[in-house]
Design a binder for this molecule. Sequence first.
Ligand code: SAM
Length: 248
Amino acid sequence: MWSAGDHSRRIRSTERAKAHKLWSVPRVVSEIHRSDVPHVFTDTQRLYTRNAVPGVAVYGERLVRQGNEEYREWNPRRSKLAAFLKRGAAVFPFQADTDVLYLGAAQGTTVSHVADVCREGTIYAVEISRRAFQKLIDLSERRPNVIPILADARATEGYERLVGRVGVLYQDVAQRDQVSIFLENLSFLRAGGFGLLCLKARSVDVAANPRVLYAEARRTLAKSVTVVQVVELDPYERDHAAILVEKA
Ligand code: SAM
C-alpha cells in the first residue's frame, strides 16, 4: 500500500525527472570522439551532436560533457536520421552551413540535431499540427537557426516566399501521398543538393509488403532525381525506409 510519504516522494521524483528533461546536469566523460560522419560524434556505440545550447536537453536525451564541449545523445529510436546513420548512410549531406527544408518537423526532436550540425545554415521547419508547432516555436527561441513554419507541405505556396534554394530537403510526414509531397518540394532543392525521404510504408498502404512500396517509390523518384540509396530503418523504425536522392 502507498503511504502519503511515498506519494509525495513519487511526485518529487517525477518533478525532478521533468526538470532534468530540460536542464540536465551533463555527465563528464572522456570517450567521445569524431565518427566517420562529419559533425557527428560517437563513444563507439551511441551517436551524439555537439550541443548548440549547452545545459539544455530537447526531449530528455542524455547530455555529456568532455573538455569544453557538451554533446547530446542522438537516439536512433527517436530520430529516423540517426537510424539512417546507424543503418549505413552512404552520404550525410548536412554541413555546418547547409540550409535545410525540413517537412514534418513535429516537436523538433530531429530538427534540434540538424540545427546542432548546420549551425551556420538555416533550417526551415514545416509542420502542419498547431500543437506540435508550439513546441517548435519554443525550440526556435533557443536555436535561432530554426525557422518554424506552420503549413501543409502539400501547399508549397504557403512558404515559397520564405524558403530559398536549400542544400538538403528532408521529409518525414507519414502520409499516404508522401512521395508526391516530396516531388512537389524538390523545386526548393538546388542542383547538386540531396533529398532524404523517410518513407513510412504503413501510411502508404497498410496491407502491402513494405519492400514493394520502397521499390515503387524508388522507381517514381528516379524519373526526377538520381536515387543514391534506399536504406531500411528496421529495427529502429519498423516498416520505414530512408531514400536518399541527388538532384542533377
Ligand atoms: N520528423 C520528426 C522527428 O524526427 O522529430 C517526427 C515527424 S512525425 C513522424 C510526422 C509529422 O509530420 C507530424 O508532426 C505531423 O503533424 C507532420 N505532418 C503530417 N502531414 C503533414 C503535412 N502535410 N505537412 C506538414 N507536416 C505534416
